[in-house]
Design a binder for this molecule. Structure first.
Ligand code: NAP
Length: 440
């Protein structure tokens, strides 16, 4: 039954940093007020903002509601007159406990906290379901890009077999710059930090952990299953060399850090790693700090969503969409059922996957070396699609692209190559994806 008496939805905001301050501005901006009320069908009233330091300057706008700032976040969650808690603090705790408390006391929740949702999303969804309240998190993956709603609603009937995303703007910025300017990783990360594209401690981005949390969330939605974040295979970009990116470009590829969720036989693979993507693939055109998610379904065919994956305002835009959705549901005395997790699909080990590989090997420039190297590939059943040789003084660089091969066979090949007297180093090892665009 609709809640006809509800004339306003009272909102408690936890966190007023990059995203929270942008959301607060969007919510209280006098010029947008009437439109918001019409769209939500109800007044959206921001009544409290929890932060660490209420005295910090958050906005230059005279109408910014600094009088709502408080450092007592527990009190916001405990208030009986709040309908909706928006969590934009980040981190696992105290955010997790605060969300659980808000749901347990009958409040709806909106969050953008990918790390928390990837680790504890299932428990929080169960709590939301038990309370018949919304837990919405569109902004947790790829900022302004509406990928959660697309998977949950638009593709609810689709047999999805693969989702591949460029879901971390920092690493995409770094890789785009390394490729365009031939610079080394260390040089570009320093510049990215100077420009504010990378954190002072960039490990969550460059080691792939941020993308892994997003991959887990996307995989859970695409495959109706609960994903153990610990089981998501994760490789970052710190070992990538500009020389390999240059070879990739020469061969018609670019290198991207991809979050991949893929249906394989009776199981799934969820992983994050750098990958060579053919230049004709839609993901290859996603440069700089932009994000994109490429979804392949049996009936739908390929779909690509592209946009700003981070930043205060773009992310707040997605949060505001959730706030309006949840407000409408509260007025209608309804909620959106949490995603189904009935499939319990087993996670395939990465070593059992099949992939094409780029391998760059530095060898002594002697007669017979190529035959010995090719022999090692053959011993492990790894067949070579293309090979290029470049002279480097007394040495030579051999660059191979393999046909599809089992990962463990490629690992065994690399181990044996390293034992050859003629091999100085196996430098670049990068998976190649997207040559097929069909399910394996
Ligand atoms: N930034 C993005 O582009 C982006 C994109 C997608 C998703 N997200 C997600 O959105 C969330 C917020 O990100 P953000 O970039 O806005 O973070 P942020 O700039 O670091 O802001 C965090 C806010 O939370 C407050 N806070 C943190 N811990 C607190 C505590 N224990 N008690 C009270 N207040 C606390 C901080 O207060 P003070 O200001 O007083 O320190 C600050 O206002 C995160 O979950 C993030 O993963 C961010």
């Amino acid at each position: 039954m609709a809640n006809a008496e509800k004339t306003s939805i009272r909102i408690g905001l936890l966190g007023c940093g990059n995203v929270g301050a942008a959301l607060a501005s969007l919510l209280v901006d006098p010029s947008a007020h009437e439109t918001l009320v019409r769209r939500a069908g109800v007044e959206l009233e921001l009544v409290a903002i929890g932060v660490n330091d209420p005295n910090k300057v958050r906005s230059q706008e005279s109408w910014f509601p600094i009088h709502l700032l408080t450092d007592n976040v527990d009190a916001i969650v405990d208030r009986d007159d709040i309908d909706l808690v928006v969590e934009l603090m980040g981190g696992l705790e105290p955010a997790g406990t605060l969300i659980a408390k808000a749901l347990a006391s009958g409040k709806a929740v909106v969050s953008a906290n990918k790390a928390l949702l990837a680790q504890r999303g299932k428990d929080l969804e169960e709590l939301a379901q038990a309370q018949r309240r919304d837990l919405a998190y569109e902004a947790a993956v790829a900022g302004a890009i509406p990928v959660i709603r697309t998977l949950r609603e638009s593709l609810a009937g689709e047999a999805i077999y693969r989702v591949m995303g460029i879901v971390n703007g920092t690493t995409n910025f770094i890789l785009s710059k390394m490729t365009a300017e031939g610079l080394a990783y260390d040089e570009v990360i320093a510049e990215a930090q100077r420009l504010g594209y990378a954190e002072r401690d960039p490990s969550a981005d460059v080691e792939g952990y941020d993308a892994a949390a997003k991959a887990a969330i996307l995989a859970g939605l695409a495959f109706d299953t609960s994903i153990d974040l610990e089981a998501v295979h994760c490789e970052g970009i710190t070992k990538l060399r500009s020389v390999d990116l240059a070879y990739a470009a020469k061969m018609g590829y670019c290198v991207k850090l991809l979050a991949i969720a893929e249906r394989i036989g009776d199981g799934i693979s969820v992983r994050v790693h750098p990958a060579m993507v053919p230049l004709h693939h839609p993901l290859a055109s996603v440069d700089g700090a932009m994000n994109a998610v490429f979804i392949e379904g049996a009936a739908s065919g390929p779909i690509m969503l592209y946009g700003q994956g981070a930043g205060g305002l773009p992310t707040a835009s997605a949060v505001l969409g959730d706030v309006i959705d949840v407000a409408r549901n509260l007025v209608a005395s309804t909620y959106q059922q949490p995603p189904r997790r009935h499939a319990s699909l087993a996670m395939k080990a990465t070593t059992d996957l099949v992939s094409e590989f780029y391998l760059s090997i530095e060898v002594l420039d002697e007669p017979g070396v190529l035959a010995k190297v090719a022999d090692v590939f053959g011993t492990h059943g790894v067949s070579i699609r293309s090979m290029e040789q470049t002279g480097l003084g007394d040495e030579a660089r051999l660059v191979f692209v393999t046909h599809l091969a089992l990962e463990h066979a490629v690992a065994a090949t690399i181990a044996d190559l390293k034992n050859l007297r003629e091999v100085e180093a196996v430098g670049g090892i990068i998976r190649v994806v997207g040559n097929d665009q069909e399910a394996q």
